[in-house]
Design a protein around this ligand. Structure first.
Ligand code: ADP
Ligand code: UDP
Length: 237
């Protein structure tokens, strides 16, 4: 597999074309950003930890019947993935209140949400990723109706699989964000699942083990990501 030109440099990953038009290389960089890119830092080892973490989770999801873009790890910071036509949407499920839902709705952090909530956000940094609903998505053509239904179904399926996986490691899956794209007409999970895009708390102490450590300046960011991985049995070396 030959790595060709950089197609896109995001806030945390870079995307490269390859000699196969149906495959891309994702490079997990050490850059860590929050607040729509207003806070940015380089964190040693984060690219490697997130790359291996993501590979592990994507494989678990595949085993559970969720099609993902993940193909294989190429090295510490790079993975080979299917080239998807991404929909410009973020799918967020919340099992426990935290983050923006507390600010928007004035609810306290840490409430169990029964049933879990589902929200769509438009991927648009300049607008601060506003929340949108299914009417907006169809009126503006961001995704087709059947793809919207499929994204919701898959996002909840991911919840069933991962809530239990993290609980087995003594962690609460508080919330998470997924991005999907189209591959051969099918809705496929893309982007990443790492502690950069979800909230994980220790089930006993409720200690935060995710990117809130970076957002809130709590320290030990990558160390906590590694702890989460080790609790799941991931080997980072
Ligand atoms: P951002 O764009 O939010 O700054 P990243 O730094 O993570 O985020 O950049 C990765 C980009 O690659 C994102 O825009 C994401 O939508 C896109 N992407 C992720 N997986 C795929 C894929 N399989 N095919 C095409 N694009 C992808
Ligand atoms: N999230 C993300 N990227 C975004 C926005 C949110 O990965 O651009 C994740 C975030 O880490 C959390 C979940 O989606 O796990 C819900 O985020 P929220 O709406 O609470 O926003 P936040 O307060 O985290 O910005």
């Amino acid at each position: 597999m030959e790595k060709r030109e950089e197609l896109y440099k995001g806030k945390a990953k870079s995307v490269y074309s390859t000699d196969d038009p149906k495959s891309l290389i994702l490079v997990f960089r050490n850059d860590t950003s929050a607040f729509d890119g207003k806070k940015v830092e380089q964190l040693d080892r984060k690219g490697m930890v997130n790359n291996k973490f993501n590979a592990f989770i994507m494989q678990k999801l595949e085993e559970a019947g969720v099609e993902t873009h993940f193909n294989k790890l190429l090295n510490d910071q790079e993975a080979l993935v299917k080239c998807l036509k991404m929909m410009p949407l973020e799918c967020v499920v919340r099992n426990v209140s935290a983050g923006s839902i507390c600010r928007r709705l004035g609810v306290e952090e840490g409430l169990d949400l029964n049933p879990p909530t589902f929200e769509f956000f438009l991927k648009n940094d300049a607008l601060g990723d506003p929340m949108v609903n299914e009417y907006h998505i169809q009126s503006f053509g961001w995704a087709e109706k059947e793809h919207v239904l499929k994204m919701k179904e898959l996002t909840f399926k991911v919840n069933d699989v991962l809530k239990q996986l993290f609980l087995d490691g003594g962690m609460l899956l508080v919330d998470y964000k997924l991005e999907f794209g189209i591959y051969d007409g099918r809705v496929v999970l893309g982007d990443e699942f790492t502690p950069d895009g979800c909230r994980l708390w220790d089930v006993e102490t409720r200690k935060k083990l995710d990117k809130d450590r970076f957002r809130q300046g709590l320290g030990d960011v990558v160390e906590s990501y590694e702890e989460v991985g080790l609790r799941l049995g991931i080997k980072f070396d």
